[in-house]
Design a binder for this molecule. Sequence first.
Ligand SMILES: [Zn+2]
Length: 255
Amino acid sequence: MFRALRIFVLLTVLVIVGGGTWLTKLRTTSWERPLRVAVFPIDADHSAGTGRYIRALTADTYQPVAEFMKQEAARYGLPLNAPVEMYVAPQIGRVPPPPPFGGNALQVILWSLQMRYWAWVNGKFDGPPPHARLFILYHDPERVTRVSHSLGLQKGLIGVVNAFASEGQAAENNVVIAHELLHTVGATDKYDARTNQPSFPDGYAEPEREPLLPQEYAEIMAGRMPISESEADMPRGLEQVLIGAKTAREINWLK
Ligand SMILES: [Zn+2]
């Protein structure tokens, strides 16, 4: 009897969580209303430079992401004029649990649950309730030349972005932010994980271009502009990035 009850309770919880996730997915990819995105800056290294940079952040810093989504939505004929609204939330004083890169499936599932809980506790925002939450860990470029990988989860609509605390790198940060944001609404990566080279044709912004290489734009989920079979350049900013047809289908902009 007790066992049956326990199983019943577990199943109920699963149905509620599963149903909630499914409903959220429907709601956030119907594009009938703008997707509200709250950005939470986090000081990752407590250097003077990072602190100064975070204090100077405004909504304008992330506006290019909203502009990019607007321009691409228009290109795909989405009736919604502004598909994404960006909001800056107050700085968070702690860092999220580190993702288990290279970990096994169970470690990844446990981390994802832990991350959703962390986001629920720390991702408080006074403005209109956000659909997606992006936690941006800022690093001082005077101290590090590379930052670890960023990631975006569709379950829970959460992104963790590692970025550089520098005005000169804000445009590149926004490319990463747009990429992780698109993961939260269902877009998948379109590059070869071993070589970082964009996959053909889905990772090419203009797969029908002649000549095919070099490409003039980067596909957002490939992240780079292929210039030859084995080389690709990072875009300087979102003005050199497009959303490809496959990504547009994944986020429900194209049927
Ligand atoms: Zn990705």
